[in-house]
Design a binder for this molecule. Structure first.
Ligand SMILES: NC(=O)c1ccc[n+]([C@@H]2O[C@H](COP(=O)([O-])OP(=O)(O)OC[C@H]3O[C@@H](n4cnc5c(N)ncnc54)[C@H](OP(=O)(O)O)[C@@H]3O)[C@@H](O)[C@H]2O)c1
Length: 273
């Protein structure tokens, strides 16, 4: 990836997070260009990271090997139509715009473009993101490796076999941080009721979520088994899990994620216009 010229069209939160991750992973700042209308934002990014910047999207993509479309979904069509005739030959285009389908982007850019769709999530901002990736048939193996490296710089990423599955990724890791914020908040409030001060409760709850996640990620033991391992018969954890399961927590997650998936399908329909 170090030899690739990468241009971000749209230099907001998500682009900033990816740029920061790339630089931390040793990518040369001079191989990164950011483009967007706000000169102030561009100058601040350049000052912070030493990357190149351009106000004009067309000039910014002139020498790009990879173009990351990181604007809001609502303006993606006009941005694509604006750069369509200036895309360099053999370029890889990556869209991170939530819900905008490949067929729409191909219509706006031309159907001869190698295109990857990515669904990142907000923890990308602290380099702990989880992204789902899907590529069209024109993306070559080496380009897939570049896309994978790009999103690995801000966390973990997984390829999915069909574009349809990006709705499921949206329901899982896209919306997932909010599910966990809810859990941390609920644990914090319950601990406060039991007398722990807010700061300590938040620290212990958040670290518990992170520690449990690390245990899942660092071994091959399924979470169901890890749960059973800490439930000694007659103990405190068993008593708590009995309450959560009797009140239907697993079924609630299923219901919530089905609702998120359905909403993602609906939003994609709306974005088609
Ligand atoms: N944030 C997340 O956690 C997250 C998660 C999953 C997917 N995404 C996707 O990531 C994309 C970017 O999200 P974000 O949170 O980074 O949004 P953002 O902070 O609003 O960034 C978008 C940037 O694009 C700029 N822009 C506006 N018009 C432009 C144009 N014509 N050409 C070039 N740049 C232009 C905006 O500038 P102005 O502010 O001056 O308009 C803004 O700086 C979205 O499509 C979103 O669906 C985000």
């Amino acid at each position: 990836m170090n030899n690739s010229q990468i241009t971000f069209v749209g230099a907001g939160n998500m682009a900033g997070a990816i740029i920061s991750g790339l630089l931390k992973n040793g990518v040369d700042a001079k191989s990164i260009t950011a483009a967007e209308p706000s000169v102030e934002r561009l100058e601040s990014l350049s000052k912070q990271y030493g990357i190149r910047h351009e106000v004009d999207n067309v000039s910014a993509i002139k020498h790009a090997d990879v173009v990351v479309l990181s604007v809001k979904p609502q303006i993606l069509q006009s941005v694509c139509e604006g750069i369509r005739d200036a895309l360099p030959k053999g370029v890889l285009v990556i869209s991170i715009a939530a819900g905008v389908e490949m067929s729409s982007i191909e219509e706006w850019l031309g159907d001869d473009v190698a295109l990857v769709r990515c669904m990142p999530n907000t923890p990308a901002q602290v380099l702990s993101g989880a992204s789902g990736l899907y590529a069209n048939a024109l993306v070559e193996w080496a380009q897939k490796e570049v896309a994978y490296a790009l999103f690995s710089a801000i966390g973990v990423c997984q390829w999915v076999d069909s574009e349809e599955l990006l709705h499921a990724v949206t329901a899982l890791s896209g919306s997932g941080p909010a599910y966990i914020f809810l859990v941390i908040d609920a644990m914090e409030k319950a601990a406060k009721k039991q007398g722990i001060d807010e700061k300590s409760a938040r620290l212990l709850a958040a670290q518990t979520v992170m520690g449990a996640a690390q245990m899942v990620l660092s071994g091959d033991v399924p979470p169901e088994q890890l749960k059973r391992n800490v439930m000694s018969p007659g103990g405190t954890t068993e008593r708590a899990i009995q309450v959560l399961e009797a009140r239907g927590l697993p079924e609630l997650f299923d219901e919530a994620m089905t609702a998120a998936n359905q909403r993602s399908v609906e939003l994609a329909e709306l974005l088609k216009g």
